[in-house]
Design a protein around this ligand. Sequence first.
Ligand code: ADP
Length: 254
Amino acid sequence: MSDTAMRFDGVGKEYANGTVAVDGFDLAVRDGEFVSIVGPSGCGKSTILKLIMGLESVTSGSIDYRAEAATDAAMTGMVFQQALLLPWHTVLDNVLVPSALEGRTKKRRDRTRAAELVQMLGLEDFSNRYPFELSGGMQQRVGIARALLHDPRILLMDEPFGALDAMTRDQLTMELLDIWDRDRKTVLFVTHSISESVLLSDRVVVMTPRPGRIAEVIDVDLPRPRTLETINTPGFGDVARRIRAVLDSAEVTA
Ligand code: ADP
């Protein structure tokens, strides 16, 4: 799996109460690829991320990572819908939480990196502020900076912009595109938003309702770098319509 970052083979998850959340999930994600997962609520999107993080275990099939990722938790960063900041920590200290949790010895290097990330995400004037002093968009930026602290190869994002207003959402989507362009991390991005998935991704995995299966994987062959203007191009509309059609037919046949 030389250029494969992550491979799912027949992955299934049945929770203890008998809910089958994911069934027969097969996918190979290339190193540096941006892949989104879209599907209705309850189709198992978050479950897939939890299985990758090891927060839940698979009940069938297997998930393989690149060897180095499997042995180093720092290889994977996670961003949630809520930034989940510690209210008694400043912005900078919130970014440094993974470092503190791991009791890392490279504290000085981590502080330098945290300060760089705070600057990259436009938060330098707020680095000594507390979460209650920040807007929702700023809080989510802190969450992203925290996930990037240890420079993970794989970034898992669970509806990271879902709770934001439309303008902030667009702004953060563009910032994420910039970050990805710079580092080409492997990103698995869960979203309800078809347009967000098209704008960001190389491929979009469209799920069926529960139990979550892959209805179709759609290539997004739009040129990069992409901007908000990309949304107005005919190619964008074509891909978005294809995803919508697969989602609609999956709803009907489920
Ligand atoms: P999505 O992220 O697509 O909304 P989830 O992965 O959160 O979906 O959930 C998939 C299904 O699994 C849902 O029906 C949900 O109720 C169920 N589920 C999620 N977590 C648990 C759990 N810990 N125990 C039992 N059922 C769960």
